[in-house]
Design a protein around this ligand. Sequence first.
Ligand SMILES: [Zn+2]
Length: 118
Amino acid sequence: MHELSIATAIVEQAGEIARADGAGDVSSVTVRVGELAGVVPDALHFAFEVARDGTALAAARLVVERVPAQAWCGECAEEFALGMPPFFWCPRCDRPSRELRSGRELEITGVEAVPVPP
Ligand SMILES: [Zn+2]
């Protein structure tokens, strides 16, 4: 399952970020997932529960922020939503767009750590 390798990478990276901040356990991790990233959020949540086992993220919550796929139309100087399945034609002028502006994101945007007692 492809989501499991992604979830494992998220757990490793979030753990490293927390360690770099001098924190121990992670309480929540937020990821941005584009519509075209090829990741199914439900599968990612499930994979995360498997991947976090026995790590600093064992009690962490996964927050998935979906990013809609947007393309740019140079003729109209406007962004438009591609929708699902993605359709690369501008709905205003009916010309194809070759410029994807968003939708391929797969990144950690936030790691919250459990506060360490002084
Ligand atoms: Zn257009």
